[in-house]
Design a protein around this ligand. Structure first.
Ligand SMILES: Nc1ncnc2c1ncn2[C@@H]1O[C@H](COP(=O)(O)OP(=O)(O)OP(=O)(O)O)[C@@H](O)[C@H]1O
Ligand SMILES: [Mg+2]
Length: 218
């Protein structure tokens, strides 16, 4: 069992999109998954509601705890009952994000390769990671970054420039994952579907999300 956090202090980077894909992807691998919406916006909660309304199986259990204290208490209480717990923490430096960072086994940070997203690393995310690592003491949180909404050309100047900036922060481990901005990915997540369940099938989207799952669980 692992508690996986999709987190960033910045909004709109793909936390909910990633959380929904990982949660459904694991459910499709036969795992009993708990998705925790730690955001007032409840986007991942709504996505799973659409899946349920459409009667798509397997189902994913979803709960919403926008308050940090409650999120922490409830996740610790329920974690052992599930194979995987995926937390979709809200953007901003919220109590839900802080508490989730205290209890997670691993944190994934989607980063869009655009200038203003990258500024938020230095100004907000990196200081928060340092604060949480100090509080966690001898149980540090592994923090992995990946490019989301990346340019389709892996070697585009934006992708390369973003990788360079991220690599400059030792507080984050930069992965090779490159999730491109694709309609199939946004469409699938909004409707509570895995990219592999979307028709017409987008093989590149399937392969990119598959790489994210493999990086986490293989
Ligand atoms: N790989 C992708 N390809 C295409 N669209 C994407 C991708 N990732 C995210 N998006 C789109 O970008 C927008 C923001 O994504 P999402 O809601 O997942 O971000 P978030 O970090 O959860 O935002 P918030 O902080 O508001 O909760 C959404 O419209 C989503 O569909
Ligand atoms: Mg979100």
């Amino acid at each position: 069992m692992a508690v996986i956090l999709m987190g960033h202090t910045k909004g709109g980077v793909g936390k909910s999109t990633g959380a929904v894909q990982v949660a459904i992807g694991r459910a499709l691998q036969g795992k009993d998954v708990l998705l925790v919406n730690g955001d007032r916006q409840s986007s991942s909660f709504k996505s799973i509601a659409r899946r349920d309304e459409a009667g798509v199986l397997p189902s994913v259990t979803v709960v919403a705890y926008p308050e940090g204290d409650q999120l922490r208490t409830q996740v610790l209480r329920m974690a052992g009952k599930y194979d995987d717990v995926i937390i979709d923490a809200g953007g901003r430096d919220s109590t839900a994000l802080r508490h989730a960072m205290m209890i997670a086994d691993v944190m994934l940070v989607p980063i869009a390769p655009r200038d203003y997203d990258l500024d938020a690393l230095e100004d907000e995310l990196v200081p928060l990671i340092e604060e949480i690592q100090a509080a966690r003491g001898d149980n540090p949180l592994p923090v992995y970054a990946y490019l989301n909404m990346a340019d389709p050309n892996r070697l585009s100047s934006d992708n390369i420039a973003a990788r360079k900036v991220i690599a400059g922060f030792p507080q984050l481990t930069l992965t090779e994952l490159n999730i491109v901005g694709r309609k199939a990915i946004s469409g699938a997540s909004a409707n509570g579907l895995a990219v592999s369940e979307m028709r017409p099938r987008d093989p590149k989207a399937v392969s990119e999300v598959g790489a994210l799952l493999s990086a986490l669980f293989d």
